[in-house]
Structure formats: C-alpha cells, structure tokens
Design a protein around this ligand. Sequence first.
Ligand code: ADP
Ligand code: NI
Length: 218
Amino acid sequence: MSKQDLVKLTVAHVKKKFIDDTSGHDWWHMYRVWKMAEHITKSEEGVDKTVVELGALLHDIADFKFHDGDIEAGPREARKWLESIGAPPKTITHVEDIVRNVSFKGAKVKNNLSTKEGQIVHDADKLDAIGAIGIARVFSYAGFNGNVMFDPDIKPTLHSSFEQYKSMKPTAINHFYEKILLLKDRMYTKTGKEIAEHRHTVIVGFLKEFHDEWDAKN
Ligand code: ADP
Ligand code: NI
C-alpha cells in the first residue's frame, strides 16, 4: 500500500463515519485540521508527512467525550484502522501516540507531544477551536451536549486534572475561559503561534461584545 493510498483510504473512512455528526466533530473539522496541518508542515523541516496527514485525519476517531471518558478509545480505534489497511508498524505507533496525546485535558494539564508531527497535528486541531469557527463550534457542542449558554452565577474553573475537566458540564461561555482563551499560549509551531494570535483577538472581541450586550451596554 503506497503512502498516498493510506491517506486516500483514511479520508474515505473518516468522511463516511463523520459526515452527519452535529457535535462540532464532523468530517469538515477533520478536513480543516488535515489541511491546516499540511499548511503548517510547509514551514517545518524533516517531518514525516504521512504521519501528519494520518494523525490529523484520525485524531478524533473515537473521542473520550463520546466513549464514557475512555482515553484509550481513540488510539485503539486508530491502530485498528491502520492495521486493517496495512500501514507500517512504525507509522501506526506514531499516529496512535498522537491520537492519545492531542486532546485538551484541562487548563492546568500539559499536553505531552514530543514529536514535530504530533505538535503540528495539535496546533492544527487547536486552531480550529479558536477564531470564528471556534466560536461556532463551542455553541454547536453546547447545544448538542445540553449545556446552558451562559449563567453569570456560575464562575469558570481552571481544572487541574483530566478527571475534574471531563466530569464538568460548563456553560458555553465558561468554556471560553476554561479552554479556548488558553490555546494561544499552548501552540508549539511558529505558524501555529502566528495564526493563533489573530484568531485569539476574534474570541476576545466576541466575549467583550457578548458581555456588553448582556449588561445592556450596547
Ligand atoms: P480538542 O480537540 O481540543 O480536545 P474537544 O474535542 O474537546 O477539543 O472539543 C471539540 C470542540 O468542541 C471544540 O471546538 C471545543 O471548544 C468544543 N467543546 C468541547 N467541550 C466543550 C464544552 N464543554 N462546551 C462547549 N464547547 C466545547
Ligand atoms: Ni479535533
């Protein structure tokens, strides 16, 4: 199986599985992360492009949020898929590691991405959670999950463990303070940092507007 064929088959598999998703983890999220990861890769050297592409396409293949908090569901399913299409063992292990470590696990919990390929997939994924699309995804997810939009009596929490983070059902607005506003400073790559800078200002402007309207100021 050629590298291009591995990517092609994975695109078809992920597209089929996620085309109807309404939680903000739809096929087009995987597609944007894939394309952004390719874009970031252009400014990096010595990167295994196939690992980046497969990692981007498979990073949300079985998210813990939809699998009873099971953090191993994603890496397990990524491995199963890659084995079924005959990917090289080294590629499988690397992609599995990326899928395991890419997701956000709390404000005070560090991501552990030690390879360039993992860092690229991480940055591409987090960029899709900020900016205009990031705002749209927060409200899609909150609606899907039955979270309220905003409650001024509930204060944001900066979670210090993954257990604490995943057990909470924050308001959509609090999710910005608990995660989205923190992403800019968690970028690994130069391109990721640059794009995050702009998208972050979009979020800050949106939140100011939201609170001003809430307080009947404008
Ligand atoms: P990541 O890929 O960083 O682990 P998630 O899978 O947690 O991201 O989140 C996917 C999308 O859903 C993101 O845009 C994220 O901001 C949004 N999201 C996740 N949890 C919540 C929440 N509790 N409330 C609102 N949006 C959320
Ligand atoms: Ni994602």
